[in-house]
Structure formats: C-alpha cells, structure tokens
Write a protein that binds this ligand. Structure first.
Ligand code: NAD
Length: 282
C-alpha cells in the first residue's frame, strides 16, 4: 500500500515552523502582511476556497480581506478596484477569485495587477519568470505540488514525469517547474493518443484534469508517486480527485489524498507568496 502524502500535515508544519516566525519578524519592523481577495458573484466552490484562505491567513498571522462584488459589477469597477489596491502600500498581495462572470475579461483583469502583488502568479511577468527559472511569485498550486513531491522524498532530477492536463494555472506551470528541476516531462491532454504509454514510464504522475476516476492503478508504473490535483464532487456529494484512489494506492509508492492533498498546499503557497511580497518591501 502506498504511503499517503498528507498536504494537510505538511501545510500545517510550514505555517508553524516557518511562516509564523516570518510574519513576526515583519511585524517587528512595523509591517503587517495583507492579502486582498476579490470575489465577484456567488460561486459555491469559490466561497469555500475563500473561507479556507481566510482560515490559513489567520493561522499564519497575516491580514486577509475579502472584497465582495455583485455578479453584475462592471469590468471597469473591478479594474478600478485593482488600481486602488496597486497603489495601496498597506496591501502586499491581491488575487481575483476565478471564475469571473463572462462580461469581465480575465486577461484584462490579470494585466492590471502589479506583478509584485500578483500572489497567484498568474500575470505574464510572473509566468515569464517561472518559464525562465527566475525569482518571482510562482503560481500557488504548482508551487504546492513541487513542495509535496519534495516533502515525500521523491527525487525530481532525472525522473520521468507525466502531467495530465495543460491548463495555464496547473498543467503547464507544474510541467515547467518539474522541467526546471531536471525531470523529463511529458504533458498529456485531451488530444494525446496513448496516455497509457506515457503513464507506464512515469516515476511522477500529476493529474490535473477534473474527471472522476480518470487514472486507475493498472495504468501506473509500480512504485511511482501520484499527485492528484482534481477536485470533483460525486453524485452523493463526496469530494474526490481524478485518480481512482483505491486501485492507485495498491500500485504507487506514494500518493496524495483528496481532500487533504494538494488543496491545503495551494492555500499555504498563497499565504507564503503574500509574506514574500511583504518581505520584498520591508
Ligand atoms: P482545466 O479544465 O482548465 O483543464 C483541464 C485539462 O485537462 C485540459 O488541458 C484538458 O486538455 C485536459 N484533459 C481533458 N481530458 C483529458 C484526458 N482524458 N486525459 C488527459 N488530459 C485531459 O482544469 P484546471 O483548472 O487545471 O483544473 C483541473 C482540476 O484540478 C479540476 O478538478 C480543478 O478543480 C482542480 N484544481 C485543484 C486545485 C487545488 O488546489 N487542489 C487548484 C486548481 C485546480
């Protein structure tokens, strides 16, 4: 049976052994790290992520403020709000909770955020830095995934890594981070002809697709490390990932659970990015 990589435990350790002390150091200099979350409309999943972000922020000792807007808010109002935040020295990080209503352009909104305050790591500048392996805010889920792999003592350098999914927020950046760390990376997606061929050679498998039971144990290479990014709800309302956990844990050596795997690592990375942004101006 595979060893469970607990993102929940690792995230708690990061907060207690590192983040709280860094916040204390900043506070001693008169700086209180502050994150603003822009939330547009009512989206049950977004509301639950935002609550988790507030909880983690509180545990680390930083301020997090949610600015809520009606779904009918204009694009200009959101752009003006970001401008105000960009110019507010007491705010170190801002994120815009996605998805946004159709009449608001995600591209325009992201372009407006100052890269120094872009703690989600979604702006072109931060994506470019990630591409080049330069310092900058790394996208939270990919950053959390790499930390999970490291904490599980899985060697990245020289490993065959397969990433399922090529989204801008997970698949593509996690592939780049693995590549920058010396893995041989294959990204599979909807158009990949023979996903099984690649999975059979993978020492590290990252699944970020959003489909229940997409990857099963028999598709995996024995002894691999599996990172399940998917968050799906079954008809009974149970939270599950993209990997069929029951069959996969019999083949993999290490595996993340859902919930309690990648999710908490995403949130802790967001808090850490906010602290880093505050440290940069201290
Ligand atoms: P997305 O919908 O933007 O992208 C899905 C990707 O999967 C696409 O690139 C598509 O080509 C690929 N795909 C579709 N079918 C496939 C198949 N059969 N085989 C291989 N690839 C296939 O998704 P996203 O935003 O990257 O999110 C993916 C999942 O991860 C979702 O369940 C989402 O809720 C979850 N997620 C979790 C966290 C977290 O913190 N735990 C963060 C972000 C996303």
């Amino acid at each position: 049976m595979a060893e469970i990589i607990s993102g929940r435990d690792i995230a708690a350790t990061i907060i207690e052994s590192d983040l709280i002390a860094r916040v204390e150091t900043l506070k001693a200099k008169g700086i209180l790290p502050k994150l603003v979350v822009i939330l547009v409309g009512e989206h049950p999943a977004s509301a639950s992520y935002v609550r988790q972000k507030e909880k983690f922020a509180e545990r680390a000792g930083i301020i997090s403020e949610v600015r809520r807007f009606e779904a009918s808010v204009s694009e200009d109002a959101i752009l003006n709000q970001i401008e105000t935040i960009n110019n507010d020295e007491t705010i170190h990080g801002v994120i815009v909770q996605l998805p946004l209503p159709d009449h608001i352009s995600v591209e325009k909104v992201l372009k407006k955020i100052r890269p120094e305050k872009d703690v989600d790591g979604f702006t072109a500048t931060n994506v470019g830095n990630l591409f080049l392996g330069e310092p900058g805010h790394q996208s939270c889920t990919p950053k959390g995934i790499i930390r999970l792999i490291d904490e599980s003592k899985t060697e990245i350098k020289g490993a065959n890594a397969v990433v399922l999914g090529r989204s801008n927020i997970v698949g593509k950046p996690v592939g780049l981070l693995l590549l920058n760390r010396g893995a041989t990376v294959t990204t599979c997606h909807r158009g990949t002809k023979d996903v099984d061929f690649f999975l059979k050679q993978a020492d590290i498998v990252v699944v970020a697709v959003g489909k229940i039971g997409l990857v099963k144990g028999e598709q995996l290479k024995p002894g691999c490390t599996v990172i399940d990014v998917g968050i799906n709800r079954t008809e009974e309302g149970k939270l599950v990932g993209d990997v069929d956990f029951e069959s996969a844990e019999k083949v993999a050596r290490k595996i993340t659970p859902v919930p309690g795997g990648v999710g908490p690592m995403t949130v802790v990375s967001l808090i850490e990015n906010t602290i880093e942004a505050a440290e940069a101006v201290s």
